[in-house]
Design a protein around this ligand. Structure first.
Ligand code: EPU
Length: 417
């Protein structure tokens, strides 16, 4: 197993290229199952999760080649509509295949994902959306088995605008008979990216980017070439690195429109940020002001940046309150950040962080993708050496993170444990 070793307190400067978005490419890859044929997808991040999804598509019968961030997928022979526990438990996004497999094959057998590192993450909205479209759902030995002759358009209202359930329902609805209306749909850019991909394939989805999606089912879709949007969570992570240990950092190939909430908070905390259509520049101006933050669905502050924001607040000039309203249990990074000497107390889904002048490097352990990012940020700002173990978590969601940080001047390397 690899670990990351960081010698902290190096000042970062320069340009970093932002990769394609993990949470956009995963559903797009799944959507290729909706129409047999060959797809060329560009700007695909080379991540552990991308490879896990490729393994799943291969089990279903697709073939692929993946080089230089360009992915060729051929779903002509995809015919085995099953997703096994071994894969789904390592990557919940595998559950995305439920809708498209049911729509295309009239049958899907997909393992329930189980819990995750920070608590239960149910899939009841995914299942009830498919049931509303006429699928029969059975639960058998940990698997969801969905059957339907042809799915029917339906009116679906989510209790919460779930990203995954919206994606699953949209992928099921594009081939359904008639119109589907999804109310309280997720507005995240990754869902818009998926809808744009499906429309390029010939789907008829309107209201993209809004809370109401209307989908007119079609009989057939066609393979296309497509480019993935930039990863706003990776971009936000580098911006926070800029605020913590930067002089001046430019993110190349980022979409500032997707980063509004994060940019506003960083400006409140005292940083100077300027943007162009496809870049964001952060200049660290001085001490970090302590700023409260509450996560919310898009366009609110992303839960996927909550851990990184907490790392920033550990070295701010006062006390801040961080609340996660999307995932109430997503705080496994708190005890690891405390190992750097950070002062954090927790009650329910609220953390109170008292900023300190400096942190001290320590051996720590990754627990999930974004928690790992927060530990890297803490290691970058801390005195002396930090060793971060179990970094397969970071490899799930950040492409070549240590190389990118080294390019900016960080002292960070990967070692075998
Ligand atoms: N929820 C339910 N029932 C459901 C689905 C969701 O109660 O059937 C609840 C969840 O428990 C949670 C809330 O709804 O409290 C939001 O969950 P959502 O379904 O939106 O999350 P997801 O689709 O499972 C995606 C991202 C996550 C990101 C969340 C929130 C992908 C592959 N994953 O997960 O990304 O945190 O949306 O924005 O897109 C990450 O990249 O590190 C990551 C965890």
């Amino acid at each position: 197993m690899d670990k990351l070793v960081i010698n902290g307190q190096k000042i970062l400067n320069g340009i970093v290229e932002i990769s394609g978005a993990k949470n956009a490419v995963l559903p797009v890859m799944v959507a290729t199952l909706l129409a047999p044929g060959k797809y060329r997808i560009s700007r695909v991040p080379d991540l552990r999760d991308t490879h896990t999804m490729l393994r799943l598509l291969e089990m279903i019968g697709a073939t692929s080649s993946f080089e230089n961030n360009e992915l060729l997928i051929d779903t002509t022979k995809a015919s085995n509509p099953e997703a096994p526990y071994d894969l789904v438990k390592t990557m919940r996004a595998s559950f995305y295949v439920l809708g498209p497999l049911t729509a295309r094959f009239g049958y899907a057998k997909v393992s329930l994902p189980g819990g995750c590192a920070w608590g239960p993450r149910p899939v009841n909205f995914h299942i009830s959306a498919l049931e509303a479209m006429g699928a029969e759902i059975e639960l058998d030995e940990g698997y969801v088995i969905a059957t339907a002759d042809r799915l029917k358009g339906a009116k679906i209202t989510f209790d919460f605008p779930s990203v995954g359930a919206t994606g699953n329902a949209v992928m099921a609805a594009v081939l359904a008979d008639g119109e589907t209306v999804i109310q309280n749909a997720a507005c995240e850019p990754e869902i818009s990216c998926l809808c744009d991909f499906l429309n390029a394939m010939g789907a008829q989805i309107s209201g993209i980017g809004s809370e109401k999606l209307t989908i007119e089912g079609v009989d057939q879709l066609n393979p296309v070439d497509f480019e993935i949007i930039p990863d706003r969570i990776e971009a936000a992570t580098f911006l926070i690195a800029g605020a913590m240990v930067g002089d001046s950092i430019t993110l190349k190939g980022a979409n500032p429109d997707h980063l509004t909430a994060v940019i506003e908070k960083l400006q409140e905390s005292g940083q100077e940020i300027t943007t162009t259509d496809d870049s964001v520049l952060i200049n660290k101006l001085g001490p970090i002001k302590s700023i409260d933050m509450t996560t919310a669905v898009y366009p609110g502050f992303p839960t996927d940046v909550q851990a990184q924001w907490m790392a920033l607040m550990t070295v701010s000039d006062g006390t801040s309150i961080i609340t996660d309203t999307v995932y109430h249990d997503r705080f496994t990074h708190v005890s690891e950040l405390s190992r750097f000497g950070a002062w954090i107390t927790m009650k329910d889904n609220v953390a109170v962080v008292s900023g300190r002048k400096t942190l001290k490097g320590a051996p720590v352990m990754s627990t999930d993708i974004r928690a790992s990012a927060s530990l890297i940020l803490a290691g970058l700002v801390a005195q002396d050496r930090t060793d971060i173990s179990r970094i397969y978590h970071i490899d799930r969601g950040y492409e070549r993170i240590e190389e990118k940080l080294r390019g900016l001047g960080a002292d960070i390397r990967r070692e075998s444990e």
